[in-house]
Write a protein that binds this ligand. Structure first.
Ligand SMILES: *Cc1c(COP(=O)(O)O)cnc(C)c1O
Length: 387
């Protein structure tokens, strides 16, 4: 094997050397709000002269700030980073898309993913014409694990500019060890950005790596208000990275990515009182996760439940089709994972309220036919419930 693959870490390489060469000097669209002009008669953006009838407070007539300063400061404080290290986007999905467009030359560069994994990384790459290098998760006695050596080697050999890791991992629920991630980031320093998707980190025992972004210039962390903060419909997510990467990504971003109503909702959702309730919900959710995990392990129809650090469980069934059908018959919808590599017998089940989880568990135990892997007697209570 080629020994020059792993250069000595220097900690100082400019991560923008990894960006698309044709975009490094790209100036981007100069929106009406991005110029630092002072005035009180604004006639520069063809905005309406009067507010809409429904807009009583005249809050929506003008284009918004590209990065609402108050929200950016509040999110930076929430995550413990500087405002220059943080970019607000329309969910972390936009962050994924911006990274692919900014760092992969179409028909030339690639991303690396570790399937089975969240699908948006590959979707972003395919839409952009970037390659997708796959290094499969390895199943072991203790659950799924990453093959770090192969990830580093494949990324370098196959010109991956972005290596996507997800921790806790979707759909397995596995949390990835911090030391391994930092070591990989150092190995990739002159080759790729390591993008760590922490969409579920609030549910996990493993601390976030946002604090490591300052010391590792090719480390990028994605955070979102969609999961633990229960704000999926507001579409607010963040890229946390080296200030040079953030400035570059903001030049690649649409002019006004954060609608004012969404920014206001996000501000309210991360106020101290809202955060306190969110923390209570997270604790409650984790308790439910352990309860559901234990209940499912006791079911004869269940083959394997993976220990999860997120708000869902990945479960293998002896007969996944039958389990899926029993759930659907009770109007309980879960995520069918059977098309994913290595998961031909698995479903991913989000943790809901205690009542929802009970309904899910009861439906799994209900008998559709005279199968031998039933758990208990049928529970017809919910059989006819529809949405
Ligand atoms: C849900 C999820 C996200 C969140 O996406 P948003 O665009 O922020 O809603 C990101 N990554 C993973 C792995 C997810 O499962």
């Amino acid at each position: 094997m080629n020994r020059v693959l792993y250069p000595t870490p220097s900690n100082g390489t400019d991560p923008l050397l990894l960006a698309r060469a044709d975009l490094r000097a790209f100036a981007s669209y100069q929106s009406a709000r991005s110029e630092k002009l002072l005035g009180d008669v604004w006639l520069n953006a063809n905005e309406a002269a009067w507010p809409n009838e429904i807009d009583r407070d005249d809050a929506l007539r003008r284009y918004p700030e590209p990065q609402p300063a108050m929200l950016r400061a509040a999110l930076a404080e929430l995550y413990g980073v500087t405002t220059q290290q943080l970019l607000i986007g329309r969910g972390s999905d936009e962050g994924i898309d911006l990274l692919v467009r900014g760092f992969c030359s179409p028909n030339h560069d690639a991303i690396l993913i570790t399937p089975p994994v969240f699908g948006m990384y590959a979707v972003g790459a395919r839409l952009h014409g970037a390659g997708v290098v796959e290094v499969a998760l390895q199943e072991t006695e203790v659950g799924f694990q990453l093959d770090f050596e192969t990830i580093a080697r494949s990324a370098i050999e196959q010109r991956a500019r972005l290596v996507f890791l997800c921790s806790p991992h979707n759909p397995t629920g596995v949390g990835i060890d911090r030391h391994s991630i930092l070591t990989l980031a150092k190995q990739l320093e002159d080759h790729a950005l390591l993008v760590l998707d922490e969409a579920y980190v609030e549910f996990s025992q493993i601390p976030s790596l946002v604090g490591d972004v300052a010391g590792l210039r090719n480390l990028v962390v994605l955070r979102t208000l969609s999961k633990a903060h229960a704000l999926a419909a507001a579409r607010i997510g963040c890229v946390i990275a080296d200030p040079a990467v953030i400035a570059f990504l903001s030049r690649c971003q649409a002019p006004y990515p954060v609608p004012i109503p969404c920014a206001a909702l996000a501000m309210a959702a991360i106020s101290p009182s809202a955060l306190q309730l969110t923390q209570t919900r997270i604790t409650q959710l984790c308790r439910e996760r352990e309860r559901v995990d234990a209940a499912m392990r006791a079911m004869p129809c269940v083959h394997r439940v993976y220990a999860s650090q997120a708000n869902y469980l990945l479960v293998r069934f002896h007969d996944a089709q039958s389990a899926f059908d029993r759930l659907l018959a009770a109007a309980v919808v879960v995520r069918d994972q059977r098309a994913a590599p290595q998961l031909g017998d698995a479903l991913r089940i989000s943790i809901g309220t205690a009542e929802e989880n009970d309904r899910m568990l009861a439906a799994l135990c209900a008998a559709p036919s005279s199968r031998s892997d039933e758990c208990r007697s049928p529970s017809p209570r919910h059989a006819r419930v529809s949405v």
